[in-house]
Design a protein around this ligand. Structure first.
Ligand SMILES: [Fe+2]
Ligand SMILES: [Fe+2]
Length: 198
């Protein structure tokens, strides 16, 4: 049984794992993914406890990943945390499944509705004004330039521009479009301004 107190406890534990060095993947990101997840679930269904827990814990293994990918590391850590906090075997298994497939790099595809919603919610936090802020924050961590090789623009073109075709839920696509449109406008403006200096 999940109460608001239980969820607060999980937020506290999660906070300890999120690295202060990478503010693109911090607790604030996890909290926004939780909000997107709740919003999508209101329209698409799904178990909100599983979605909320998976959102809060989905990136906890990013710093000092011990498994092959950060999704697998996060899933392993999440299992320990949830077991210690008395969650049922069923909830633990479903949260683990969602977290492990939120990034396709590990080769696990989201199967359950909750996993699909977590996947979509995570991508929605990389578009719009928040997406741009996260992109530039990540650039600081990675040492990227604005444009060219190993740059913000390269990540935008190669990753973010491809997100929409992989979204699973209709509601996520509806939320995605105006936010992505805003981002596209930013890059157009940037190139217009850069021309003035060349
Ligand atoms: Fe992730
Ligand atoms: Fe994430």
């Amino acid at each position: 049984m999940t109460t608001p107190d239980n969820m607060q406890r999980i937020i506290q534990v999660a906070q300890g794992f999120y690295s202060r060095k990478d503010q693109a993947h911090d607790l604030e990101h996890a909290l926004r993914v939780r909000e997107w997840g709740k919003r999508i679930a209101q329209e698409e269904g799904g178990d909100s406890t599983v979605i909320e827990l998976a959102a809060l814990l989905h990136d906890i293994g990013r710093s000092g990943a011990v498994e092959k990918t950060h999704a697998e590391s996060s899933a392993g850590l999440a299992v320990n945390i949830l077991q210690k906090n008395g969650y049922s075997e069923d909830i633990v298994r479903r949260v683990k499944e969602a977290i492990i497939s939120h990034s396709l790099e590990a080769g696990h595809k989201p199967i359950s509705l909750e996993a699909k919603i977590l996947y979509d919610a995570d991508k929605l936090d990389f578009v719009g004004a928040i997406g741009l802020v996260r992109l530039f924050t990540l650039a600081g961590v990675q040492g990227w330039n604005l444009v060219g090789k190993n740059s913000c623009q390269e990540f935008y073109l190669e990753k973010i521009c491809g997100y929409r075709e992989h979204l699973f839920t209709k509601s996520a696509k509806t939320y995605f479009d105006p936010l992505f449109h805003y981002m596209e406008g930013f890059w157009q403006e940037l190139h217009t301004e850069r021309l003035k200096f060349s």
